[in-house]
Structures are given as structure tokens and as C-alpha cells.
Design a protein around this ligand. Structure first.
Ligand code: SF4
Length: 449
């Protein structure tokens, strides 16, 4: 039970949204609110929306329906919708028309205005002047928004911390809505990133993930000539025990220099997440991905020279006009490369993108293809996991497993491991001997010194 005013934030979609939610939580904490996991106890409820895939959008719409019931019971609750979904003008107007009980709509790029908007809305409610007033601040894109939020993020994922290094994207893959809702690339100054990373490490964080839609193009927009490889080296040289990760890489921008840096520095995680999307060159071209399967395959050969490295990927099936032959190219790619893991999903049309105007495939074909792909990748992941049995890895303990006396953590290359252990181990590096697997997950035992 929250005796003080509390806030509840629900985050949909990608890791970038998790980062934005931590910033939002920082803003609400500064306004004097406490976090709660129980939505019914909250005075402020925030949905941080995502529009990258249909499934995320449908989840948001379902949750809005539930919040209506909450608002009917308690008119005092302030309901706020933020994020990519309302960064699209048509969508924002539609939501505004259909769900007038929502108090504030604010686009991703205007979060720096949220604190002032909340204060004004609460004041209006108090004065009973405009108690039903809705503020709409989406649509416009303000690329300086991250630097303008000076409130520290309210972090909830110790010992891991995400640090945004670049927002937006210039690539315009034909299926993707991100460049339209998050704007063009805008890199954060390396001194700001360095200071944030040092401050997090001093607070005891043990794993830092550098975030961006396309981290490898970090610095391309700067006049001072910074680049991602230099940033990586500067951060890797910080003389404290920690792991440095980054995501997401774009195959067209992952340079041999970056691969060498990952190999050279022990504290850079030996895990590269490299979205393939399709194994068919015809589909890659229609997707506007700007690499061929051969380019991608050569890149994986270079990455695999790093000892113990894990490569994971994203794969989309059912892109417009994808033929059985195109899909077989993707299956062959999966078979040849042998990814440790893959996020596999069905293409869904996003209004306003080029691909949404192309001839679409029937759902039946998409479902049948995703089932075949998932079956193949699961088998590969399980086979790779078997190779870990009997070996010892350094694992950073991240959390407890609910309803058990177990903890879980990750190896340097990002593999999830569970084992017997207590909460006190969270944030510690321990050596774990892998004894068995469950699906593709690893199960181990902590080795005593
Ligand atoms: S690289 Fe392509 S898929 Fe990734 S965010 Fe940019 S446009 Fe979207």
C-alpha cells in the first residue's frame, strides 16, 4: 500500500523505451512521487508506448481499456501516454478522439516538457478550472530532448545500466517506423557519456550497455569527428571491474576496427547482436538494408575469430513479396551461421513506411514460415548450449528467480545461467560450472574458491 503519492510506469517495446522510462521515473521522483508496482495504488499512471510492431501496439490498446475502468473508479488519477505510438500524428489524433479520459499525451521527443505539463495539469485540476483538459504535445521532433532532461534516470535494473549514446536513425529501412517517430541521428557528446558511465560504476553498477538504434554510426553527425570505436576504447580503458556491451549494431556499419576493439579489451562483452533480417538478397534490397547476405556472412566470419564470442540476430519472415525461395535462403543462412540466439518475428505493416505499400503476404504463409524458422533456430541454440556443459564461466549475477532459492546471471558473451544462490550475490561476479541445460538456457553451480 502506498501511503504517499505513487507512480506506475508500464513500458512496451524495445530497450530504448526502458531507458526512456528510467528517465520518466527520474522526472516523477523529482516531483515527489514514489514508484509502485501496483497500478491500483498509483496517483500517476504512465504507459510508455511502442509502435514498432503490431503486437506491441495491440498490447498498449488493451491496457488503455483497463485504465479506463481504473479512471472510472478514481477520477483523480492522472493518466499519461508517452512514446513512439503518439509520435505519429494520425495515431495520436485517433487515440485522443477515442480515449478522452487520458490526461496527457506526450511524444517521445518532448519528454523534457513533461514535468511542467504535469504541474500545470495538477494545478488546473486543483482549481477545478479545466479538470478535463488534455494536453497534446506529440508530433514535433526535438532531437535535443535527451540532453534537455537533466533529471538523473531512476534506475531499476542494478547491476545493469543502459546508457543512451545516440538517438534516432538515418537508415530508413523500408519496414521501419523508427526514423519517422524518433527523428534523425543525434549523438550525445562523448564527455557526457564518459561522465555518466564513471558515475554509474562509482555507484556499483557492473554492466553498462551503450544503447542506440544504430550504435555503430555514433558520431557521424558530429563536426568534431568522434566515432563509435574511439568511444568504445575510451570507456574500455576505465580502470574498474565491469562489462561493457552495446546494441544495436547495423551490419553495414560494423567496422573491422570495432571488431578488433571487442577482441582486444577484456571488459568488452564478447557478444555481438547483429540483425540479419533476411537471407535473401532480393528481400534485403527491398528492405533497403544496404548489405548483401555475402557481406553479412563475411562479417560473421571475422567476428567468429574472437574466442568464445556469441552472435545473436533479428530475423523477420513474411516481408512483402517474400517467396518460398527467399524464405529458404533465410533458413540456409540460419543453418550456415549458427546464431547463439535469434529474435524471430513476423513482418507487420507500419502505416507510413514504404513496405506497407508493397503487396502483402497472407497471414497463413507468415505463420507457417515463422514456425519452421523458430523450430530450426531452437535446435541450433540447444546444440550450442550443450557445448557449454562441463566448462566454467565468469557470471555476473543479476537477479533472483521468483519462488526459488536460485539466482540468475549472464556469462560475458550474454548467455543466461541459473544456479542455487542468495539475493546477496546480485551484482557480484562468480565462477560457475555449467552442469546441464534447459532448452537453450544454462544451469550451473557456483565454484568455491
Ligand atoms: S536501422 Fe533500419 S530497422 Fe534499425 S532503426 Fe534504423 S530504420 Fe529501423
Amino acid at each position: 500500500m502506498c501511503n504517499l503519492a505513487c507512480f506506475f510506469i508500464e513500458t512496451f517495446g524495445c530497450q530504448m523505451n526502458v531507458y526512456d522510462s528510467e528517465k520518466l521515473a527520474g522526472i516523477l521522483s523529482e516531483l515527489g512521487y514514489l514508484p509502485t508496482n501496483d497500478v491500483s495504488q498509483a496517483s500517476i499512471v504512465v504507459l510508455n508506448t511502442c509502435c514498432i510492431r503490431n503486437t506491441a501496439e495491440n498490447k498498449v490498446l488493451g491496457r488503455i481499456g483497463e485504465l479506463k475502468k481504473l479512471k472510472d473508479k478514481n477520477r483523480e488519477i492522472l493518466i499519461i501516454l508517452v512514446g513512439c505510438m503518439i509520435q505519429q500524428e494520425d495515431k495520436a489524433k485517433e487515440l485522443l478522439k477515442k480515449h478522452s479520459f487520458i490526461d496527457i499525451f506526450i511524444g517521445t521527443k518532448n519528454l523534457n516538457k513533461l514535468s511542467a505539463i504535469i504541474k500545470n495539469t495538477l494545478q488546473d485540476k486543483k482549481n477545478e478550472k479545466h479538470s478535463e483538459k488534455i494536453f497534446v504535445e506529440p508530433f514535433s521532433i526535438n532531437n535535443d530532448y535527451i540532453e534537455q532532461i537533466t533529471t538523473p534516470a531512476y534506475r531499476t535494473s542494478f547491476p545493469n545500466a543502459w546508457v543512451n549514446i545516440i538517438s534516432g536513425c538515418n537508415n530508413f529501412c523500408s519496414y521501419c517506423i523508427v526514423p519517422y517517430v524518433r527523428g534523425r541521428e543525434k549523438s550525445i557528446h562523448p564527455d557526457i557519456i564518459y561522465a555518466e558511465v564513471v558515475s554509474l560504476l562509482e555507484k556499483g553498477y557492473k554492466e553498462i550497455t551503450l544503447l542506440g538504434q544504430n550504435v555503430n554510426s555514433y558520431g557521424n553527425d558530429s563536426l568534431e569527428g568522434w566515432n563509435f570505436n574511439e568511444l568504445l576504447i575510451r570507456l574500455a580503458k576505465i580502470n574498474m571491474k565491469y562489462r561493457l556491451r552495446f546494441m544495436t549494431s547495423n551490419p553495414k556499419d560494423l567496422t573491422p576496427e570495432i571488431i578488433s576493439t571487442v577482441r582486444e579489451y577484456n571488459n568488452i562483452s564478447k557478444h555481438i547482436h547483429l540483425p540479419l533480417q533476411s537471407g535473401s538478397n532480393r528481400i534485403l534490397q527491398l528492405m533497403n538494408r544496404k548489405y548483401t547476405y555475402e557481406d553479412y556472412y563475411d562479417l560473421t566470419k571475422k567476428i567468429k575469430k574472437i574466442p568464445d564470442v556469441a552472435i545473436t540476430t533479428d530475423i523477420m519472415v513474411g516481408f512483402p513479396t517474400e517467396t518460398e525461395e527467399d524464405f529458404l535462403d533465410t533458413l540456409r543462412a540460419v543453418e550456415d551461421i549458427k546464431f547463439h540466439n535469434a529474435f524471430m518475428f513476423v513482418y507487420s505493416a507500419r502505416t507510413g513506411t514504404q513496405a506497407s505499400k508493397m503487396p502483402q503476404l497472407p497471414n497463413k504463409i507468415k505463420k507457417e514460415r515463422i514456425t519452421r524458422l523458430v523450430g530450426m533456430q531452437n535446435g541450433i541454440s540447444q546444440n550450442i548450449s550443450q557445448k557449454y556443459i562441463g566448462k566454467t564461466y565468469e557470471v555476473l549475477i543479476e537477479d533472483t528467480i521468483k519462488g526459488s532459492n536460485k539466482v540468475c546471471g549472464r556469462t560475458d558473451n550474454g548467455r543466461l545461467v541459473s544456479m542455487a544462490g542468495e539475493r546477496e550475490l546480485i551484482g557480484k561476479f562468480v565462477n560457475v560450472n555449467i552442469i546441464t541445460t534447459k532448452g537453450s538456457s544454462l544451469i550451473g553451480e557456483i565454484e568455491n574458491d
